[in-house]
Structure formats: structure tokens, C-alpha cells
Write a protein that binds this ligand. Structure first.
Ligand code: MG
Ligand code: ZN
Length: 217
């Protein structure tokens, strides 16, 4: 019975998510849902990405921050000059489409071109819940070990992009990038992989270009 209950919850969620996607499409807003472990670098990647977009001045970003507690991440984004809304799930381990819809009501949609959603930190249930985004982006740091794609296949199957973060740490950790890429390809051959380092700036260019190209179409 619990299996059926979970399926019902997901079906109800998907209806709201589809409405949200229609709304975003009407407004011409491109939306990414970032998922990844705590400490994988999701907020740091968003800080750099909104900074880049604001400096370019062409696409206007907004961010929805999902966390169990605190407004720390929304404050970090606002300090960069972008609009941010914080959702506190108060224990909930993922965002759902209802939370996303409520957060969108707090944003000035008419002046926004790209919305980044930072999900609660884990690679499990955020993969299950469609929020109405156009693509899921996994942020996966080299410090997490190179065995994760096969251990969390649903996330890697549902995502369009994997950002492999903290590449500057590669000499200090056990992480075989070629093996990870090969394993990712067995799960989802379409998945785009962007290895990068927020600290050194290596690899950020292709990520920014992908975001801008997708937001422009
Ligand atoms: Mg964060
Ligand atoms: Zn959850």
C-alpha cells in the first residue's frame, strides 16, 4: 500500500509541475533544478552563474533556494545582486511542485529570463519530484568519490546535465573522471558533463555558454 501511496503523491505532483512548466513557457522563462549532495557546491555554482549573467546584463536570473532550515543560501545569492526566494522544508528532504508554485508567486516573473532552483541536498528523492523545470542539473563533486552514478542511477537518468565540481581537488582524491564519464554514459548517453572548478574558474565557460544558449531558445 505504501508503494501505491507514493505513486499517488508523485502523480498529484506531476499535475502541478506540468501547470508550472506551461506558465514558465508562456513567460519565456528557462528553469533549471539543481540537485546534489550537501557540500557538492550547488550554491557556489549558482553564485558564480548569477554573477556571470548579471555582468553580461542580457538574461535576468532569479533563484529559488530549498533547504531544511536557514536563509543562508538565499542571502548568499542576494549578496550577488540577484532576486532569491528561500523555501524552508522544515525537515522535508526534497522540494515538490506545490512548494515551487508558491515560491514562483514571490518572484517578478515578467522581468525574469532564467530561474535556478537549488533543491534540498541529496541525490535520492529530488530525482523523483518534477518541479516544472526544463532540466535537472546534478552537481557532483570529485570529493564524493567516483562510484556515485551507478549508486544513484535514477538521478543520473533523469538529469540533462552533470556538473563535476571541485576539479581543483582532483590530485587529492580518488576520482577517475574517465571511469565516471563511461559509467554515466551507460546510464544516460544524452547526459552532458561539465567538469569545472569554482575556485580556479577552470571549465566555467562551457557551463555558462550552455545555460545562456538554452535560455535563449
Ligand atoms: Mg546550498
Ligand atoms: Zn525527499
Amino acid at each position: 500500500m505504501r508503494v501505491k501511496l507514493y505513486r499517488d503523491i508523485l502523480e498529484a505532483n506531476d499535475i502541478v509541475a506540468a501547470q508550472t512548466r506551461r506558465l514558465l513557457d508562456e513567460k519565456g522563462i528557462f528553469c533549471l533544478n539543481l540537485i546534489g549532495s550537501p557540500g557538492s557546491g550547488k550554491t557556489t555554482l549558482l553564485e558564480l552563474t548569477v554573477e556571470h549573467l548579471l555582468a553580461e546584463g542580457r538574461l535576468h536570473p532569479a533563484v529559488i533556494e530549498g533547504d531544511i532550515a536557514t536563509t543562508r543560501d538565499a542571502e548568499r545569492i542576494e549578496a550577488k545582486g540577484a532576486t532569491a526566494v528561500q523555501i524552508n522544508t522544515e525537515g522535508g528532504c526534497h522540494l515538490d511542485a506545490g512548494m515551487m508554485r508558491a515560491a514562483l508567486e514571490e518572484l517578478p516573473l515578467n522581468g525574469t529570463d532564467v530561474i535556478f532552483v537549488e533543491n534540498v541536498g541529496n541525490l535520492i528523492c529530488p530525482a523523483d519530484f518534477d518541479l516544472g523545470e526544463h532540466a535537472k542539473v546534478i552537481v557532483y563533486s570529485v570529493a564524493e568519490g567516483d562510484d556515485k552514478p551507478l549508486k544513484y542511477p535514477l538521478a543520473f537518468r533523469r538529469a540533462a546535465v552533470v556538473v563535476i565540481s571541485k576539479m581543483d581537488l582532483l590530485p587529492h582524491v580518488t576520482f577517475d573522471l574517465a571511469k565516471v564519464k563511461a559509467e554515466i554514459a551507460t546510464i544516460n548517453p544524452e547526459l552532458l558533463v561539465f567538469p569545472l572548478s569554482a575556485r580556479t574558474g577552470e571549465g566555467l565557460g562551457p557551463w555558462f555558454e550552455w545555460v545562456c544558449a538554452r535560455a535563449d531558445t
